[in-house]
Design a protein around this ligand. Structure first.
Ligand code: ADP
Ligand code: MG
Length: 349
């Protein structure tokens, strides 16, 4: 098949995306596909032949992207592109229409909130994973918690906060302390703080409101953390995540050796079954697609509380979902291949 892997974008997570998308692109090449890796924001230079942009299998071509040691300067990137604010660069749609399937290798905002999926739908271009509606629902932590509750899936009590109102009283009168403050549309634990006592609330709010104006406060669930992947309508074995220090924050997620990950997670058969049931129910309630990953914490009352759903879970070979796939004998290359084939199959149906 001919595949365009879309990555990068005008997002603070663009470098992480380009780096993991190169690994996905190489996996697809090894599986015999023709692959083009395209930065959705930068697009393709006008003189480049689009057909010639696809690397062929067995040509010895390898994609590589080294993540710079400083965060990307998005203003500089916009400046380099003549001040263009449009999120989709030149010829991106054109090259996508040449592909049998587009692999969405983006992280954060545009790839995750449904915008890109809706755009591809308008051009009848098949793409991997969740559609625009599920992407939007899963990206909004307030909306998704409402839907999870409605579907009978436990999720921690929460309230929405207003920048100007008295958050402290609102929290004391509802969920109490300790609580977790989070912006509702971020990922990678960005802007999230665990607030153990009221005195630390102010700095947590400042941090969260830095990222967006919609912030929630959620009851802190004390207990073990798990994540469960879904692939082609079934759950993968759960993985347990044990950060060496603190919670599963940005540093513990992306720096090597900061968290221990055990897959399959050491839980009882009954617990594994319950995790799997909640995951499938969440998958349905949030209208997720062929692959996704759902996060949980096991509370001290023995209940699993769903934190959120991820429609673009990390996809490096050592990320959580690929580790879960490996536990049932699906290699990283096979996993990437299956995700693409399912998307192609959906187009035929
Ligand atoms: N209610 C909670 N109780 C305890 N820990 C939490 C809670 N909510 C979030 N966390 C911690 O913060 C991390 C990130 O939260 P999550 O809701 O999954 O957001 P993100 O989209 O940033 O991954 C979780 O993996 C967990 O370690
Ligand atoms: Mg999470």
């Amino acid at each position: 098949m001919k595949i365009v892997v879309l990555a990068g974008g005008l997002s603070p997570e663009r470098d992480v995306s380009l780096s993991s998308a190169s690994l996905i692109a190489n996996a697809l090449l090894s599986e015999g596909h023709e692959v083009a890796l395209v930065d959705v924001y930068e697009g393709i230079e006008s003189l480049i032949d689009l057909e010639g942009s696809f690397a062929r299998p067995n040509s010895g071509h390898q994609f590589e992207y080294v993540v710079p040691d400083k965060a990307p300067d998005l203003d500089e990137l916009i400046h380099k592109n003549s001040g263009r604010k449009a999120l989709v660069g030149p010829k991106v749609i054109e090259i996508c229409t040449l592909a049998d399937v587009v692999f969405i290798g983006l992280h954060g905002a545009m790839g995750e909130n449904g915008q890109l999926q809706a755009l591809l739908d308008c051009f009848a271009i098949p793409y991997t994973g969740t559609g625009y509606c599920g992407s939007l629902l899963a990206m909004d932590k307030d909306l998704s918690k409402k839907l999870l509750r409605q579907a009978g899936i436990p999720t921690a009590d929460w309230i929405m906060l207003d920048r100007d109102s008295d958050s402290k009283s609102a929290i004391i009168n509802s969920i109490g302390f300790p609580c977790v403050i989070k912006p509702i549309h971020c990922g990678s634990s960005v802007g999230i703080s665990i607030v153990e006592e009221p005195e630390s609330l102010l700095s947590a709010l400042d941090e969260a409101f830095k990222y967006e104006s919609q912030v929630l406060a959620e009851k802190k669930i004390v207990g073990r953390e798990f994540s469960v992947g879904v692939l082609d309508g079934t759950t993968l074995p759960a993985i347990e995540i044990i950060p060496k220090q603190g919670f599963y924050d940005y540093k513990n997620k992306y720096q090597k050796g900061m968290a221990t990950e055990i897959c399959p997670a050491p839980v009882s058969e009954e617990q594994a079954r319950r995790l799997s049931e909640y995951t499938m129910a969440a998958h349905q309630a949030l209208r997720l697609g062929a692959y996704a990953r759902i996060d949980f914490i096991l509370g001290q009352d023995g209940e699993f509380y769903c934190l959120e759903a991820n429609t673009l879970p990390g996809m490096t070979p050592t990320s959580l979902l690929p580790q879960e796939a490996a536990a049932v004998g699906i290699s990283y290359n096979e996993l990437c291949d299956r995700i693409v084939k399912t998307a192609f199959q959906e187009k035929l149906n």
